[in-house]
Design a binder for this molecule. Structure first.
Ligand code: PRX
Length: 634
């Protein structure tokens, strides 16, 4: 019997029990009945969290784009696969049918081949939220090339670091992008990045804003004429289950971003299964996730998960505030959106605006509301529930990570009773554990600890590209035999989970994961800076904002200028998303005798919680704390 679609709480508990008691039977049952395989697997799962090594559906042969596109052609060729809504509020939405998507992906795949891209080659995609982004992702998967999408808000330095880290041969970009009323010169950023990337042989350029850009002879090629000349059929490359599908970079606690590598079959099965259940998607529904495809949310729940289910997935190019703060709700009304998935930072920003923006639109099509990316605070949850969901639309607070590939803890709408700020229960196959500081599992309810997962699930990232040791150190060394998420969580009296936030040096700002180390590296590159430490502090809209403490080699006259220069450096090295909201030039940083900066104290000062600083006796110079508190902010 298929357990693909869970429709009652009783069924959930039954399926969950089975998935834990007999994980291999459970996942092979799901995989067997709902996907297209050229050959079935010889073995469902091989794993060892000590090495660490995880392999799902070994021996199976498939192509993910056949599962996302071709197999729907006999039943829904003319139905909309991607509904593209442009930035321009007067622009027309474009319906891309499954037939048309198939043709576009095949043409694009042939263009890639014409440029010598083969199975296993890495291709960097640096595009705005336009159809070419989804199509290029799928075109890579069609021929077995490994895509690595870089969010088109990252700087030239961040882009070149990623291109070089995965040794990409090709970059796909556009002349520029629209962002609300502004345009961004993406090709200019790519040109700058490529000064440091000798291995890149070709750049494909989509035309979006029709700006006057530089095209380098022999390297840069306009996409449109090549697509027009390419054949509209392309046989899919038959992939092994564990062949790499994509690399997606995420911040870590050291300077270099981590290229999380996801493989093919397990990722497909898990994202498809969780999409169906977490959104209760029904034939004919219009589903909209507002994330950018440059993040994992977009990979799994704009592209692969929805398309594997034959869904209609809406892709929006713009921002929530253009031309005004009713844009999201106008799109929901116009396109009769049924499932809407967004981030708490967007909810908080829109909740600050007049309710007229919401109330002038008919939101009655909505059946499910989703939240992802950071803990959703109680106030935002209630605003979302009351004003968008009209108190009768379940909110799924879905917890997961770039590394997990898909949603791990989330209510199933109309199945799991929700509770504000709680991600509630694990998805089938997910075995969470809360750990104490001594590495012991904390059993029972009403407890709090560090969140680990005890058993592999199909879409866990397989490694960090080029650095397996770092993968092991980061995720599998803190707690022996378990995957450590880097998050803290509590389990309430009924077994519901609430994610309390990061317990490492990653800060989530407006839903973006930012490591403190890369930002500190950028600041320390300033010739006058001796040392710096970044912490997060609570912010009404962003969730967390960044506070930088900076010590100087010698005093400077104009501190304001210095702070501006520091933020410019951060923008150049990482991107504007990592700019500091507050900078304090300080005499010293609180350090332990072994020289480690005590960020806990800096966090408290930044958050104005100076009544209880905790134990500061282990500091080398406890006096420094008082001087930091006395100093004025710039
Ligand atoms: O701290 C958790 C937070 O976002 C982190 C993962 O970030 P990233 O890899 O960028 O992926 C974001 C989209 C999946 C997690 O370690 N996070 C994500 N969702 C939630 C969350 N924190 C609390 N509640 C959530 N629903």
């Amino acid at each position: 019997m298929s357990q693909y679609h869970i429709q009652s709480l009783e069924a959930y508990f039954k399926v969950y029990r089975e998935s834990v008691n007999r994980p291999e039977e459970f996942w092979s049952g799901i995989a067997q009945d709902h996907f297209l395989w050229h050959k079935k697997w010889d073995r469902v799962l091989a794993w060892d969290f000590e090495k660490p090594e995880v392999r799902w559906f070994e021996g199976a042969k498939l192509n993910i784009t056949e599962n996302c596109i071709d197999r729907h052609l006999s039943t829904k060729a003319d139905e909309t696969a991607i509904l593209f809504v442009p930035n321009d509020p007067n622009g027309e939405a474009e319906k891309i049918s499954y037939r048309n998507l198939h043709e576009r992906v095949c043409r694009f795949a042939n263009v890639l081949k014409n440029h010598g891209i083969k199975k296993g080659d890495r291709v960097i995609i640096y595009l705005p939220m336009i159809p070419e982004l989804a199509v290029s992702v799928l075109a890579c998967a069609r021929i077995g090339a490994i895509h690595s999408v870089v969010f088109a808000g990252f700087s030239a330095t961040a882009l070149s670091t990623r291109i070089n880290d995965c040794d990409a041969k090709m970059v796909i970009t556009s002349d520029g992008s629209y962002r609300g009323s502004k345009t961004i010169d993406l090709k200019g950023i790519v040109d700058q990045a490529l000064d440091d990337c000798p291995a890149v042989q070709s750049v494909l350029v989509a035309q979006r804003i029709h700006s006057d850009i530089h095209m380098q002879e022999g390297r840069d090629h306009w996409l449109a004429p090549e697509l027009a000349a390419a054949s509209s059929s392309c046989e899919p490359e038959i992939m092994d289950a564990e062949d790499p599908l994509f690399i997606l970079y995420t911040s870590g606690s050291t300077g270099k971003p981590k290229g999380m590598l996801h493989s093919t079959a397990g990722y497909m099965v898990y994202t498809a299964y969780t999409f169906k259940n977490c959104f209760q998607y029904e034939e004919g529904d219009i589903y909209w996730c507002t994330a950018d495809i440059g993040w994992i949310t977009g990979h799994s729940y704009i592209v692969y998960g929805p398309l594997a289910n034959g869904a209609t997935t809406l892709m929006y190019e713009g921002v929530p505030s253009h031309p005004d703060c009713s844009r999201f709700w106008q799109i929901v009304e116009e396109h009769k959106v049924n499932q809407f998935y967004t981030a708490p930072t967007a909810i908080r920003a829109l909740a600050k605006e007049s309710l007229d923006f919401v109330n002038k639109h008919d939101l009655s099509s909505l059946k499910v509301l989703g939240s992802v990316g950071e803990p959703i605070n109680e106030e935002a949850w209630h605003w979302y529930n009351d004003h968008i969901g009209k108190k009768n639309t379940p909110i799924i607070d879905s917890w997961w990570q770039t590394e997990t590939g898909g949603i791990l803890i989330s209510p199933i709408p109309y199945v799991t009773p929700t509770k504000p700020t709680f991600a509630t229960l694990p998805m089938p196959g997910i075995q969470p554990a809360l750990m104490d500081e001594n590495g012991q599992e904390i059993h029972g309810n009403q407890v709090q600890g560090r969140l680990c997962i005890k058993y592999p699930w199909p879409s866990i990232a397989r490694t960090i590209w080029g650095d397996h040791l770092r993968y092991k150190d980061t995720y599998f060394s803190a707690f022996a035999g378990k995957y450590f998420t880097g998050d803290g969580a509590l389990r309430d009296e009924t077994g519901y989970y609430r994610i309390t936030g990061r317990v490492d040096d990653v800060i989530i700002v407006s839903g973006h994961n930012l490591g403190t180390a890369p930002i500190e590296d950028a600041i320390n590159a300033h010739p006058q800076v001796a040392e710096s430490a970044i912490v997060g502090y609570p912010h009404d809209i962003k969730g967390n904002a960044l506070y930088g403490y900076v010590t100087l080699k010698s005093p400077v006259e104009n501190q304001e200028n210095l702070c501006r220069e520091i933020n410019q450096l951060i923008s150049q090295q990482i991107g504007p998303i990592a700019k500091l909201d507050k900078i304090q030039i300080t005499q010293g940083l609180p350090k332990t005798r072994s020289g480690k900066i005590m960020r806990r104290i800096l966090r408290k000062i930044a958050s104005n919680e100076t009544d209880n600083l905790g134990d500061i006796s282990t500091l080398l110079d406890p006096e420094v704390v008082k001087s930091i508190m006395d100093e004025a902010l710039v």
